[in-house]
Design a binder for this molecule. Structure first.
Ligand code: GDP
Length: 322
């Protein structure tokens, strides 16, 4: 299928970077065309409830309810639950807002009653009013484990939120994702996609787990749809988060060129930032056509222009295959 103006668009997504990109995407195309396949490698139980950080970031952002200062959580939320639990002596490093807690509590109760994560995600999406289809990559628990010097192994949220992302990464264990079954609708969405987009998300611990789920990487590679990524590395550094420490820890260069190599064999084109103009020719010489523009999504308008750039590159790639 070509990337025609009606064909389905499937986006592989982490959290904040992806959500900002999707906001631009739904401004550029009919949201009904868009399916987001979202990382659940960060999912974990906190305070007795099942928290799905990336699913909720995408849902809250696309429905206009996100706390824009943090990029996660709900705007205007309080922290009475977590602060009260802390006063009882519980660990409280994962700052889950009160209404955010209710979302996770709902998810936990529904999962306990036998509902699947995909159905519950749909309920939460309908409740908040996010206009696209949001699919968890898998309904199996697939924690991403970060390995550090000295043999320490941490759940990704312990690594990021509790220990503030130390620069001593030696490996990332995605074996849970590798054994997981894709969530309902995931492989079908990839099969029917006219365009596949890899959002500007952490390539190692957000896009990596999605691709690790059984059959997903293969479905992307075999798809006839053009696959375009947006580089999350701008000017040799991540815009936020620990992508630099993870890429470096795994022996990869922290640059748009490093991202091009990381996704080599998977993507057909790459959107890079204008601050990385010096790398454009080399990336194109790797056989990856590019689009280059300001990709720092500080405003909805910039998000939309990044989305349009990714789509126009995908359309050009589809056109050259016809
Ligand atoms: P989370 O937000 O930490 O859950 O993780 P994501 O998977 O969204 O990863 C954040 C990644 O997105 C980081 O590597 C950032 O560099 C990248 N990112 C965030 N905002 C932007 C942006 O405005 N532009 C670009 N190009 N990348 C971004």
């Amino acid at each position: 299928m070509s990337g025609s103006s009606e064909s389905p668009i499937v986006a592989l997504c982490g959290g904040v970077g992806a959500a900002r990109f999707l906001t631009g995407l739904v401004a550029a195309v009919d949201p009904a065309r868009v399916t987001a396949i979202v990382n659940t490698g960060d999912d974990r139980e906190f305070y007795g409830v099942h928290v799905s950080p990336d699913l909720d970031i995408v849902t809250y952002t696309l429905s206009g309810h996100v706390d824009t200062t943090h990029g996660y959580g709900l705007a205007g939320d309080g922290y009475a639950v977590v602060d009260t639990l802390a006063a009882f002596g519980h660990e409280s490093w994962f700052r889950l807002g009160d209404r955010d807690f209710a979302t996770s509590y709902h998810r936990t109760m529904r999962l306990a009653s036998g509902a699947g994560l995909t159905a519950v995600t749909h309920e939460i999406q309908e409740h908040f009013g996010a206009p696209i289809r949001i699919l968890p990559m898998s309904e199996d628990l697939c924690p991403t484990i970060v390995e550090l010097e000295g043999g320490k192994k941490l759940h990704f949220e312990e690594y990021l939120a509790r220990d503030r992302a130390p620069d001593t990464v030696t490996g990332v264990d995605l074996s849970a994702a590798e054994h997981a079954t894709p969530g309902p609708g995931v492989l079908d969405a990839l099969r029917d996609a006219g365009t596949i987009l890899l959002c500007p998300s952490n390539p190692v611990v957000s896009i990596g787990p999605i691709l690790a789920v059984r059959g997903v990487r293969d479905a992307v590679v075999k798809s006839a749809a053009p696959t375009v990524a947006v580089s999350p590395i701008v000017g040799g550094a991540p815009v936020k988060g620990p992508a630099d420490r993870l890429l470096r820890g795994l022996g990869h260069e922290v640059s748009a060129r490093g991202v091009a190599r990381w996704y080599s064999g998977l993507i057909d084109g790459l959107v890079i930032d204008e601050r990385d103009a010096a790398l454009q020719a080399e990336i194109e010489a790797m056989g990856l056509p590019t689009r280059m523009l300001d990709t720092l999504m500080k405003t909805p308008e910039i998000s939309a222009s990044v989305a349009r750039a990714a789509l126009s590159l995908a359309d050009e790639l589809a056109g050259s295959r016809r």
